[in-house]
Write a protein that binds this ligand. Structure first.
Ligand SMILES: [Zn+2]
Length: 286
């Protein structure tokens, strides 16, 4: 990030206590520059994976925009795309409106994203946010799980977190690194071409499943986003309990890419003390 090299140069000629102070100041600058993970309120998850850098964000977002548009078109053809005045669309967009401005701190690109929120008529218990802020909920998740606003915010926060933390981009970067060797590819094609090749090869962003680490990451970042937006982060736990209960009937689609488990709930419970103060403050502020 811009601004970090300057203090390093100033540091050179200094000695003793002043040097130590300057080093402290540099550490502060570095802490700010590495992103939201250090010395901040909320969950502690570190920066985005360096693997994501192997694929240009713009390429991933472009592919995502295309796939989202295709999905909406198909839904509209089947008369399954809810209109803007549908009460549940109004509700989803109101919740998104409170969460989205909080995303910019996590990923500066999010400010430029053309955020979209849509509702698709389907019994599937499913929801997603594709790279670039393309959100969709299926009526099944709202109706069958009877989600409260707090629980909707936790689902939305979780899905938005995947996009902000660039888990799809990371996954593609890892694929590039393991399948061919990033150095070789980088030399031969340049980073932009890697993205083109992966996306041209049909990376299906919709059915992508993430690692356990990515899931934990999305749970925690999602809880924090929701809490800051004034939604009760404890709803993350009731949500997963509802999801697990639904799993005893027809397994929710969502669970195929988001494996449930008691460890997941335990992890969220452990992190509640980090996000509850943010929720209380947001609620007080109205
Ligand atoms: Zn997830």
């Amino acid at each position: 990030m811009a601004g970090t090299p300057a203090p390093q140069q100033q540091l050179e000629p200094r000695r003793g206590a002043r040097h130590w102070l300057a080093a402290g100041a540099l550490a502060c600058v570095a802490a700010v520059a590495t992103g939201p993970a250090v010395s901040r309120e909320g969950v502690d998850v570190g920066g985005n994976s360096s693997f994501s850098k192997l694929v240009p964000a713009a390429d991933v977002e472009k592919a995502s925009t295309q796939q989202y548009a295709d999905l909406l078109k198909k839904a509209a053809e089947q008369r399954a795309l809810a209109p803007a005045d549908h009460p549940q669309v109004v509700r989803l967009r109101a919740i998104a409106q409170r969460i989205v401005p909080l995303t910019y701190d996590w990923n500066p690109r999010a400010r430029e994203w053309k955020w979209e929120v849509n509702l698709i008529g389907s019994k599937q218990i499913n929801a997603f946010c594709m790279p670039g802020g393309k959100i969709a909920f299926y009526t099944g998740i709202l109706d069958q799980l009877k989600l409260t606003d707090d629980e909707v915010a936790m689902v939305m926060g979780h899905e938005i977190a995947h996009a902000l933390r660039e888990h799809a981009r990371e996954r593609m970067g890892k694929n590039a690194a393991t399948s061919i060797g990033a150095n070789l590819l980088g030399q031969l094609l340049g980073a932009g071409a890697i993205g083109q090749q992966l996306i041209g090869g049909g990376a299906q962003l919709l059915t992508l499943s993430f690692s356990r680490e990515n899931e934990t990451d999305a749970d925690l970042v999602g809880m924090e986003l929701g809490a800051r937006a004034g939604y009760d982060p404890r709803a993350g736990i009731t949500l997963w309990k509802k999801m697990a209960a639904a799993n005893k009937g027809a397994p929710p689609q969502w669970l195929s890419t988001h494996p449930s488990g008691t460890t997941r709930i335990a992890q969220m419970e452990r992190n509640l003390p980090l996000v509850m103060p943010l929720y209380e403050r947001s609620k007080k502020a109205g």
